[in-house]
Design a protein around this ligand. Structure first.
Ligand code: ASP
Ligand code: MG
Length: 481
C-alpha cells in the first residue's frame, strides 16, 4: 500500500483522505466488501467516503425516465422495481449484524419517491431538467445508504451525510456548478463534528441541490468532481479515485493493447487528457484539487496494492508525450460569415452555442470564418437555423480527434514532425494548435483512428521486453478493467 503523505490540514491535526468509489467499485457484494477493506486501511488517515451509484444504475434510471415520458408508465415502474430489488438483495447479502429494517425502510422510502416521480413524468409526458436531476440522483441516494450501512455492519463507524444538504450548486440542471461559500459552510458544519469523533462520513457523489433545496446533478460522471469538491473544502491531504482500471493509461487499451499505466503526471496534463476525451476522470475534477494543491490518485479497487496514477502539481518533465487520446464522433464545423467575423458576430455565435448547450472542443477564427470542433451534432441544425442570415453553417461528421499530451510537447518542434511523419499517408487535418501548450492534435477519419493511435503509441512508448530474470508480474501492471 502506498504511504500517505504526512500533511496535516484538518483542525484536529489529522490527515484527511477523500475516497471516491465509482460504479464498478460498488456494483455487487464482493465489490462493497473490497471497499470496506480499503476504507479500513485508511482509518488512521481519517477517510471521507464518496460513492457513485451502483454500476449501470444511472443509465437505467435515465431509461426509466425516458420510458415514462413516452407514456409507458407500466414499463418504467417495472424498471424501477428491478432497481429496488437489486439494492434490497444486496442489502440482505451484506448486512449480518445491523438490523436490516432501518436500511430496508430507507430503501423503500426512496423507491416510493421514485415511483411517484415516474408517475408525474408519465402524466406530463416530459422529463424536465429538474425532474431529470431528481431522477438520476436516486442512484447515489440508494448506493450511499447501502454502503453506509454495510460499513457499519462491518464495524466501521460510518455516518451517512445527505449530499443534497451540503453540496450547494447553481440551478444549471444536469451540469450544475458548486456555490463554494455555501458548500464550504454546510459541508464543514455536517462533517467536522463527525471527524472530531473519528467517524467516517459517507455521501453520494454527483448530486447536490440549489440553496433553496432543489436537487441538481454535476453532470454524468460527476462523482469524481464531488470528491474533489469535498477534498478542497476540507483541505484533504489527498483524494483517491477508486475505479476498475490500474490508473490512467497511456492510451485507451481498447484501441491499443500496449497501453500502460502512467505512474505520475501533472494536474495540467491530466486536465488536458480529460478535456480531450480520456474517460477516467470527470473533466471538472482537477480544478479544485489544483487550486488547493491536493494530490489525486487513480487506483484499482480490484487490485488495491497497485500504485495507480499519481496526479500532482509538478510531474516528471523527461517524458515528452505522456498519453494519446482519441475522441470519436467529432464534427468539424465551419461557420462562414460573408461580411467578416466581427466581435458582434462572435458574441452571437457564443450565445447560440451556449443556448443549445453545444460542447466545443476547439475553436479558431479567421477573417471570414469560425472553425469549431464539436462533440455532438445533435444541436447543429438548430444552431444553423438561429444563425441564418448572419452566417452559413456546414459540418463534416465521422471524424476522430487524436490528441497527444505532454507538459513540454510544444516546446520541442521535432515532436510534431515525428507525429505527422508517422501518419503522413492518412488524410489528416490539423485544427488550430495555438490554444494549448500541452497538446498536439489532429483530425482523422473515424475508420483510421485505431491505426493512427497504434502507430503513434509504438513511436512514443516503444514496447520493452521484460527482463528474463525479473520476478515481478508484468500482466498486473498492464491490466485494464
Ligand atoms: N452515477 C453517475 C453517472 O453514472 C455519476 C458518477 O458515477 O460519477 O454518471
Ligand atoms: Mg467515472
Amino acid at each position: 500500500m502506498t504511504q500517505l503523505q504526512p500533511r496535516s490540514r484538518f483542525e484536529t491535526g489529522e490527515d484527511l483522505v477523500v475516497l471516491k468509489f465509482g460504479g464498478t467499485s460498488v456494483e455487487d457484494a464482493a465489490a462493497i466488501r473490497r471497499l470496506i477493506e480499503i476504507v479500513r486501511t485508511r482509518l488512521h488517515a481519517q477517510p471521507v467516503v464518496v460513492v457513485s451509484a451502483l454500476a449501470r444504475v444511472t443509465d437505467q434510471l435515465q431509461e426509466a425516465g425516458n420510458t415514462a415520458a413516452s407514456g409507458h408508465l407500466g414499463s418504467a415502474l417495472a424498471m424501477a422495481r428491478d432497481l429496488y430489488i437489486r439494492h434490497e438483495l444486496l442489502a440482505a447479502e451484506l448486512l449480518n449484524n445491523e438490523p436490516p429494517d432501518k436500511l430496508g425502510c430507507e430503501l423503500q422510502a426512496e423507491f416510493r419517491d421514485l415511483e411517484s416521480l415516474l408517475s408525474d413524468v408519465a402524466s406530463c409526458r416530459q422529463l424536465s431538467p429538474p425532474a431529470h436531476d431528481r431522477l438520476l440522483g436516486f442512484g447515489e441516494c440508494l448506493s450511499s445508504k447501502l454502503v453506509d450501512a454495510a460499513l457499519r455492519d462491518a464495524g466501521v463507524g460510518a455516518v451517512h451525510i445527505d449530499a443534497r444538504s451540503c453540496i450547494v450548486t447553481d440551478a444549471r440542471h444536469e451540469q450544475a456548478t458548486p456555490v463554494w461559500s455555501l458548500t464550504s459552510e454546510r459541508l464543514r458544519r455536517a462533517v467536522e463534528p463527525l471527524l472530531r469523533l473519528r467517524q467516517v462520513p459517507v455521501m453520494g457523489g454527483f448530486i447536490g441541490a440549489t440553496a433553496e433545496g432543489i436537487p441538481t446533478t454535476l453532470g454524468r460522471g460527476g462523482s469524481d468532481f464531488s470528491a474533489a469538491i469535498v477534498g478542497a473544502v476540507l483541505h484533504a491531504s489527498r483524494v483517491e479515485i477508486w475505479t476498475d482500471v490500474d490508473g490512467i493509461m497511456t492510451t485507451d487499451p481498447k484501441l491499443c493493447a500496449d497501453a500502460k499505466v502512467i505512474r505520475k503526471m501533472s494536474f495540467d496534463e491530466a486536465a488536458e487528457l480529460a478535456h480531450f476525451g480520456a474517460k477516467v476522470l470527470h473533466p471538472a475534477t482537477l480544478a479544485p484539487a489544483m487550486r488547493e494543491n491536493i494530490p489525486v490518485y487513480v487506483l484499482n479497487s480490484r487490485y488495491p496494492e497497485g500504485a495507480g496514477t499519481e496526479i500532482v502539481a509538478q510531474a516528471d518533465t523527461s517524458t515528452v508525450v505522456i498519453a494519446i487520446t482519441a475522441k470519436r464522433n467529432v464534427a468539424a464545423v465551419e461557420i462562414e460569415a460573408p461580411h467578416g467575423v466581427s466581435l458582434g458576430l462572435l458574441r452571437t455565435i457564443y450565445a447560440v452555442l451556449d443556448q443549445h448547450a453545444c460542447p466545443v472542443d476547439i475553436m479558431a477564427t479567421s477573417i471570414g470564418r469560425v472553425s469549431l470542433l464539436v462533440g455532438s451534432t445533435a444541436a447543429l441544425p438548430r444552431i444553423a437555423a438561429d444563425l441564418e442570415g448572419l452566417a452559413s453553417v456546414q459540418w463534416e461528421n465521422h471524424k476522430a480527434l487524436v490528441c497527444l499530451v505532454g507538459e513540454d510537447i510544444r516546446r520541442q518542434p521535432e515532436v510534431a514532425s515525428r507525429i505527422f511523419a508517422a501518419v503522413s499517408d492518412m488524410d489528416v487535418r490539423v485544427p488550430c494548435q495555438g490554444a494549448s501548450d500541452r497538446s498536439i492534435s489532429f483530425l482523422v477519419e473515424e475508420s483510421r483512428v485505431e491505426e493512427s493511435v497504434q502507430r503513434l503509441h509504438r513511436l512514443f512508448f516503444p514496447r520493452q521486453e521484460p527482463l528474463a530474470d525479473w520476478g515481478g508480474n508484468p500482466s498486473a501492471y498492464c491490466r485494464a478493467s
